[in-house]
Design a protein around this ligand. Structure first.
Ligand SMILES: Nc1ncnc2c1ncn2[C@@H]1O[C@H](COP(=O)(O)OP(=O)(O)O)[C@@H](O)[C@H]1O
Ligand SMILES: [Mg+2]
Length: 411
């Protein structure tokens, strides 16, 4: 029986708060897990950016990656490490790179999800390219975005096909506004999408491996108040439905952490934005829910590292499509998709693992989120985002919400 160290790498950019808490809590967990005859210890390290030999070995068992969507050197290092060294990474970098919001809409429509009617329109303008003129003059058809608006119905949303961070999202109420929004869209390839008008609930369901958490969302509030602290705002059945939707999307795309936005209208949940494979994890956004999220990061990375879970390098969509083709109802199909997801995420084995080896995590979190280290992590993030004169006020605001979470028994 040997003592073996599993190495977890954090591939980070602007993240400050959750990695600090992750590292502190990992130390406090002081894990020593018996596994297949060995005793597993865990080491956490931040991945650095440097030249690399394509044949060089990788020390990590698991990498938590928050850079792939925009920092290409790290993405390519990760891709080579999966291909060459059998590294386990979340999220699947090929899927993050290639499956934009657009594909996510199309694929989930095909699986039967009630996604609002969506069109793609070619961009208003282009970066120079010698082939541009012959291509467009031969093949580009003139179109009137207002006619598409008429077909979809106003109000509608015009937004980039690759989405993210509410960039260039416009709610368009009539033909004139549609033309104006298109004129302003520059080189972005845009979607126009029917608006889900008069919805009664807006929920963001955060998925992390098999773990999910539904948060009631208020898109009209300032950034620090959008994730609300409401609990029990939907029925158990609704929560279960959103869990299945989120796990289906995440298993389908190989996105092990992602957040799925859905709007409920007349009792039907319409997913509207679910290609967020580097979901907001900052205490300045998720505040009250932050300890849950840090615990979710820890549980899933420890489980994957400990069990040497195999990275699913290819996505394998066929089983989902086979279900989609049947004449089952949407709810029945969703059940079947979620079964695939639970299988792929090893939900039962994960639950058992957490029960056996991480049962002290809740106490560790409860003890940690009152310490000066925890508060300092919050302050560091606030300092990075807010003007100097607001740092104290907002540090206290977010810290207070974490203390509310503790006072309520860490739900
Ligand atoms: N079809 C829609 N119906 C109603 N509201 C929408 C719709 N699409 C977008 N919105 C609103 O616009 C916001 C931003 O759009 P979203 O698709 O989430 O873009 P991003 O990917 O930038 O987050 C949403 O959070 C929601 O408030
Ligand atoms: Mg969104």
């Amino acid at each position: 029986m040997a003592e073996v160290t599993r190495h977890i790498g954090l591939s980070l950019g602007a993240d400050i708060c959750w990695p600090l808490c992750f590292e502190h809590m990992m130390k406090r967990l002081d894990l020593s897990i018996p596994f297949e005859g060995d005793t597993l210890r865990f080491d956490v390290e931040r991945v650095t950016i440097e030249p690399f030999d394509l044949k060089q070995p990788v020390k990590y068992d698991v990498v938590v990656d928050r850079l792939t969507h925009w920092y290409h050197t790290s993405r390519e290092w990760i891709k080579k490490s999966i291909v060459m060294n059998d590294l386990y990474v979340f999220n699947n970098p090929w899927s993050v790179q290639s499956n934009e919001k657009h594909t996510s809409y199309a694929a989930m429509m095909q699986l039967g999800m009630p996604i609002p009617e969506t069109w793609m329109v070619p961009p208003k303008s282009y970066d120079p390219n010698p082939d541009l003129k012959p291509t467009l003059s031969r093949y580009a058809k003139l179109f009137d975005v207002a006619l598409i608006g008429k077909e979809i119905g106003y109000p509608m949303f015009m937004k980039p096909y690759d989405g993210g961070g509410w960039r260039a999202v416009t709610r368009v109420k009539n033909a004139e506004e549609a033309k104006k929004a298109y004129e302003d869209s520059g080189t972005s390839v845009m979607h126009v999408q029917a608006s889900v008008e008069g919805y009664d609930k807006f929920v963001r369901c955060i998925g992390f491996g098999p773990q999910t958490r539904c948060v009631l969302y208020n898109p009209d509030a300032p950034l620090h108040d959008r994730y609300t602290r409401e609990r029990n705002f939907i029925s158990q059945a609704d929560e279960e439905h959103l869990r299945k939707v989120t796990l289906t999307i995440n298993a389908f795309f190989g996105w092990e952490f992602n957040s799925c936005e859905s709007l409920r209208k007349n009792g039907v949940w319409h997913p509207i934005d679910f290609a967020n494979p580097c979901p907001d994890s900052q205490v300045t956004s998720v505040h009250y829910h932050f300890p849950w999220l840090v615990k979710a990061y820890l549980r899933w990375s420890i489980f994957c590292a400990a069990t040497k879970r195999k990275m699913r390098k290819t996505l394998d969509w066929e089983p989902f499509y086979l279900i989609a083709k049947t004449d089952m109802s949407y709810e029945e199909k969703l059940d079947a998709y979620a079964k695939i997801a639970d299988f792929r995420f090893e939900t039962a084995r994960f639950d058992e693992f957490c029960k056996n080896h991480l049962s002290h995590l809740d106490d560790v979190a409860n003890d940690f989120f009152v310490t000066t280290e925890a508060k300092d992590a919050v302050r560091q993030k606030v300092t990075a985002l807010f003007p100097a004169h607001e740092v104290e006020k907002f540090t206290e605001l977010f810290w207070g919400r974490i203390q509310d979470w503790r006072a309520q028994g860490c739900p």
